[in-house]
Write a protein that binds this ligand. Structure first.
Ligand SMILES: [Zn+2]
Length: 408
C-alpha cells in the first residue's frame, strides 16, 4: 500500500490541497525529498513530466514516483518536518500544458488506430513538442494529416472524458486500445465513443480542453513512424513564432506572407545564374588584370627579357576560385611565376603557379609558406595551393617565397 494517496487520479483539476508530512529524506544527490500522506502533484511517469509548485514555503522542483513507497516531492527552501501540516499548490500553467499534451496524445493515438490500425509504441512530452512512435506503414503527409483532422474533430465535439476503475478480469472483456502495463486494479481513461485505454496520467475532463492538435513533422525511426506534434497553447505559441518568421521573411521580399516560398526559390535560382555569370566575367577580368601586371613588370628599369616575370600580389577578400583564375591567366604567358595571396577575416589563401617553360618548385615553396600561415596545402612542382588561419603572416609568407625563388 502506497504511503501517499494520489489525489490526481480522481481529479486532474485539483490544484491546491492540504496534507501531512510522513517522511523527509536526503537523496543520493543531496536533494531533500518530502513524502506526504496525500498529494495532487503528478510524479514523472508514462511519458508525462512531473508537476512543480509549492509545499508550504518550500518550492517543489521535482516529483518522483517511488511506487509502493509513495510520491517523493523534491523541495528547495524551507523544508517542512515530519508531522507538519502543509498546503500544496500546483503550478497551473505547467499542469494545463501537460494535461493538453497528454490527453492530446490519447486522441491522436486513437485516431491513428481508427484510420490505419496503427498503434502507438511510445510517447514523450518534451520541452517544445511531443513525440509518438507509431506502427504506421508507408507514412505520407496526407495520411498523417487525415489522422490530425480526425483528432481535431474529436476535440471540437468536446466529448466527455471519464475515469473508470476496473478489475483485470473486467478489463479483459473491454476493447482497450492497448494492453495494460500493470496487473490488478486498472484505471481506464474513456473518451466517450472514441477511446478506452489504461493510463495513470492527468487528463482533461472533456476533449475540448485540449484545444487543438498540430503536427510539426515526422520521420521513420527504428522501423516505426515518429511524429512530432503539439497540443493546446503550445500550438498557439508555435503559430505565433512561425507567423513571425514568415512575416519577417515576407517583409524582406515586400510580399504577402504566403508568396515567400515561390519568391525565395526564384531568388535562389537567379543567384545560381548570377554566380555562374560572375565566374565567367571574373575569368575575363583576370585576363585583363594579368596583362596589366605583366606589362608593369616588363616596364621596370631592371627588367631583363631573359629573366622570369615573378608576379607577386596580395589581394583582399578574393575567393579561391578567383585567385586561381588570376594565376591561370598569368601563366598562359611564357616564363611567368605567379605568387598570389588573398585574405578575408579568418582565412589566408595562397596560390603559386608557373608557366610550363619557367623553372622553380612551387610545391617546395608552398610547403615553406604553409607553415607560416598555419596551413596544410601542397601540390605539384608547376602549381600548388593552400589555405590557413594565420592571416597576419600572409605578407611575410609571400615575401619569403619570393626571396627563396630569387636565391635558387
Ligand atoms: Zn493518459
Amino acid at each position: 500500500m502506497s504511503a501517499t494517496e494520489r489525489l490526481y487520479y480522481q481529479d486532474s483539476h485539483l490544484l491546491e490541497f492540504d496534507a501531512r508530512v510522513v517522511d523527509v529524506s536526503e537523496r543520493d544527490d543531496g536533494a531533500i525529498a518530502v513524502m506526504l500522506d496525500r498529494t495532487a502533484f503528478y510524479p514523472t511517469g508514462g511519458g508525462q513530466p512531473n508537476d512543480t509548485g509549492t509545499l508550504g514555503d518550500a518550492r517543489v522542483v521535482d516529483c518522483i514516483d517511488a511506487e509502493e513507497q509513495g510520491v517523493m516531492h523534491v523541495v528547495q527552501g524551507l523544508v517542512p518536518q515530519i508531522g507538519d501540516a502543509v498546503h500544496g499548490k500546483i503550478d497551473p500553467l505547467r499542469r494545463l500544458d501537460h494535461l493538453q499534451q497528454h490527453t492530446g496524445q490519447h486522441i491522436l493515438s486513437a485516431a491513428f488506430v481508427k484510420l490505419f490500425d496503427a498503434p502507438t509504441h511510445s510517447f514523450r512530452v518534451m520541452e517544445h513538442e511531443c513525440e509518438i512512435d507509431i506502427a504506421l506503414e508507408d507514412p505520407t503527409d496526407e495520411k498523417i494529416e487525415k489522422a490530425v483532422d480526425l483528432a481535431n474533430q474529436t476535440i471540437w465535439q468536446n466529448l466527455p472524458i471519464a475515469i473508470r476503475e476496473v478489475t483485470a478480469a473486467e478489463a479483459a472483456q473491454l476493447p482497450l486500445r492497448r494492453e495494460p502495463a500493470r496487473e490488478g486494479e486498472l484505471r481506464l481513461i474513456e473518451i466517450t465513443d472514441f477511446d478506452l485505454t489504461p493510463c495513470g496520467g492527468t487528463h482533461a475532463q472533456g476533449t475540448g480542453e485540449v484545444g487543438v492538435i498540430a503536427v510539426r513533422g515526422w520521420e521513420r525511426a527504428k522501423g516505426l513512424t515518429r511524429i512530432q506534434f503539439m497540443a493546446g497553447w503550445r500550438v498557439l505559441s508555435d503559430y505565433r513564432k512561425a507567423n513571425r518568421t514568415a512575416t519577417e521573411t515576407a517583409a524582406l521580399f515586400s510580399s504577402g506572407r504566403d508568396e515567400t516560398p515561390a519568391l525565395a526559390a526564384k531568388l535562389i535560382d537567379e543567384n545560381k545564374k548570377l554566380s555562374r555569370r560572375v565566374r565567367e566575367l571574373d575569368e575575363i577580368a583576370c585576363r585583363v588584370e594579368a596583362e596589366e601586371i605583366l606589362s608593369s613588370l616588363k616596364s621596370a628599369v631592371d627588367y631583363r627579357p631573359s629573366d622570369p616575370l615573378v608576379a607577386t600580389r596580395v589581394c583582399n577578400d578574393r575567393d579561391a576560385d578567383s585567385l586561381k583564375h588570376l594565376a591561370l591567366a598569368l601563366i598562359v604567358h611564357p616564363n611567368v611565376i605567379a605568387l598570389l595571396a588573398s585574405r578575408d577575416s579568418n582565412t589566408a589563401r595562397l596560390v603559386f603557379a608557373r608557366s610550363k617553360d619557367a623553372t622553380g618548385d612551387m610545391n617546395a615553396l608552398m610547403r615553406q609558406a604553409c607553415e607560416m600561415i598555419d596551413g596544410r596545402g601542397g601540390g605539384k612542382p608547376e602549381s600548388a595551393q593552400d589555405g590557413g588561419k594565420n592571416t597576419a603572416a600572409l605578407d611575410d609568407a609571400l615575401q619569403t617565397a619570393a626571396q627563396s625563388l630569387a636565391s635558387e
